[in-house]
Ligand binder design. Structure first.
Ligand SMILES: [Zn+2]
Length: 281
């Protein structure tokens, strides 16, 4: 059974959105094109066991993978965008995204413990309009940082995004300034912010809170860009360097501090929190 869009896995849902029991659902790896069981891929942290390709993970799966068991408490729940500028087809897209992702918006926010250390956490949801940032995503990120300042929490954020949400026009663009202001206030309060960039992190999210972490780590091979390589290639009419805008390229240029494999992420994040957090909440 081919995976819808060839990329994403939602826990406890079949690829048509029906209940399944894990092992009876297969997916096609978008890189090597081989079919595998979802169960096998999940056991392997959503990395293709045949070619090592990093598959996208739903926000909830990611939280399960990173947070200490039963420590996640969601905040800013049930908020969803409205079609504020009457953009054609946006209402239908919102509805479809809600059904596909099981979320009400493109980011999940809350608090948890990682390696025993309390933190605020946000994880963007690729299945919801490709994690694009509209007013509600901007609001949730901003409120999470304000909450973190109030409660002296560090923030850990996982990004995956196609950028600003075009269906909300200029209102989506102003989220870049709003979230950046909230990150700045959090930093001014002496609190630690760690970002983990996953594939793809692009556009207005890259140009705001994704790249404002005190430490920025990335998953291997992640596309991290403002404008994507195809747009740049068409505009510049030049051949782009090998691996352009991939995590490894950005590490070499100093935009990313480290590339961390999925199996090591929890330990590395816990270690970084331990180094930077004075108050063990
Ligand atoms: Zn593969």
């Amino acid at each position: 059974m081919p995976l819808k869009k060839g990329l994403f896995i939602k826990p406890n849902l079949s690829l048509e959105g029906e209940e399944c029991h894990g092992s009876n659902v297969s997916i096609v790896c978008p890189h090597c094109k081989k079919t595998q069981l979802v169960f096998t891929v999940r056991e392997n942290l959503f990395i293709c066991p045949l070619c090592g390709h990093y598959l996208n993970i739903s926000a909830r799966e990611r939280i399960n993978m990173i947070a200490d068991k039963d420590s996640f408490e969601e905040i800013l729940v049930g908020i969803s965008s409205k079609n504020l500028i009457s953009f054609p087809g946006y209402d239908e897209k919102l509805e479809k995204s809600k059904n596909e992702s099981g979320e009400t918006e493109g980011v999940v926010t809350g608090t948890c413990r990682i390696g025993g250390i309390g933190c605020a956490i946000f994880v963007m949801e690729a299945l919801f309009l490709m994690g694009s940032m509209g007013t509600v995503v901007g609001d949730k990120i901003t409120c999470l940082f304000e909450y973190a300042v109030e409660h002296r929490f560090p923030v850990v954020g996982f990004t995956v995004s196609g950028g600003a949400r075009m269906q909300e026009g200029i209102l989506s663009l102003m989220q870049m300034a709003k979230t950046s202001g909230a990150v700045k206030k959090h930093g001014d309060a002496g609190l630690f912010y760690l970002t983990v960039l996953t594939n793809p992190t692009t556009g207005g999210v890259t140009a705001s809170f994704a790249m404002q972490g005190d430490v920025i780590i990335s998953e291997p091979g992640a596309l991290i860009a403002f404008a994507g390589p195809r747009v740049i290639k068409q505009t510049m009419r030049q051949k782009l360097p090998e691996g352009f805008q991939r995590a490894e390229f950005l590490l070499e240029k100093g935009f990313v501090d480290s590339i961390v494999e999925r199996k090591d992420q929890k330990n590395i994040i816990a270690m970084l929190l331990g180094c930077h957090v004075k108050e063990k909440l």
